[in-house]
Design a protein around this ligand. Sequence first.
Ligand SMILES: NC(=O)c1ccc[n+]([C@@H]2O[C@H](COP(=O)([O-])OP(=O)(O)OC[C@H]3O[C@@H](n4cnc5c(N)ncnc54)[C@H](O)[C@@H]3O)[C@@H](O)[C@H]2O)c1
Ligand SMILES: Nc1nc(=O)c(N)c(NC[C@H](O)[C@H](O)[C@H](O)COP(=O)(O)O)[nH]1
Length: 223
Amino acid sequence: MEIILTYAQSLDACIAGKEGKQIRLSCDESMAMTHSLRLLSDAIIVGSGTLLNDNPGLNARIPSLAALEDQPTPVIIDPHFKCPVNAKIIENYKRGIGRAPILLTFEGAKSTQKLLDLEKSGVRIFGVLTCSDEGLRWDRSIFDKITKEFGFKRYMIEGGATVIRSLLSSKNVVDKLIVTVSPTLIGSDGVSIITDGDRPVVRHRASKQFGADTVFICDVGEL
Ligand SMILES: NC(=O)c1ccc[n+]([C@@H]2O[C@H](COP(=O)([O-])OP(=O)(O)OC[C@H]3O[C@@H](n4cnc5c(N)ncnc54)[C@H](O)[C@@H]3O)[C@@H](O)[C@H]2O)c1
Ligand SMILES: Nc1nc(=O)c(N)c(NC[C@H](O)[C@H](O)[C@H](O)COP(=O)(O)O)[nH]1
């Protein structure tokens, strides 16, 4: 099992603009790299904040829409079932250009009308999350359980800010960090991913220029 955390950031470590405004940071070349990475992954994970803010498709479309059997599965960390029934990931599934999304919620979550509506739209609900007082607890056992249930081997976590910050301050979860650095400055009202607290060790593995962007690949963990 491999867990990759990947995102695009500005030179001043921001991943979005003021009040979370979505900003296209990746140039065409590095966005194509991200979509190639999606094709190599079994699951693309984002938090509910990104789902609501960006309404992403989370499928592989560049340079062209990949065949359904090659598409990764969209997975949303959504403990409070905020996913709208008309989200793009659900529309893609209904149109046959994306796999049935999975929504991760708390273990033992009670069913609600919203959950039933989401299941009717084709969303698969999986109660695997646990909570501590500082928020969702991240550890590899969550991914072991998802792999046991769905058979995924490679996870690509694409954000957003809460997810990135919590993973960058968790040990023994992420295996690889792939960061696209865009030569732009967003400034103090941007959404930063800088965390306090302890951080995992990262080791440079490779870096490559894609258009104007530089993509860093780092191994993460007790190296
Ligand atoms: N540049 C990029 O690569 C990139 C990628 C993704 C999102 N974004 C941007 O990030 C912003 C969204 O980030 P965000 O922080 O609002 O939302 P998010 O996507 O990080 O989701 C946060 C939500 O997910 C759940 N969650 C996930 N992990 C959690 C944890 N460890 N603890 C508690 N709750 C957890 C909770 O419901 C929480 O409200 C948007 O502006 C979006 O455009 C940028
Ligand atoms: N690699 C990357 N470069 C960016 O400039 C940017 N803003 C994102 N943001 C990641 C976010 O989670 C969604 O992936 C995007 O909103 C695009 O969504 P889709 O392509 O439709 O899946 N990711």
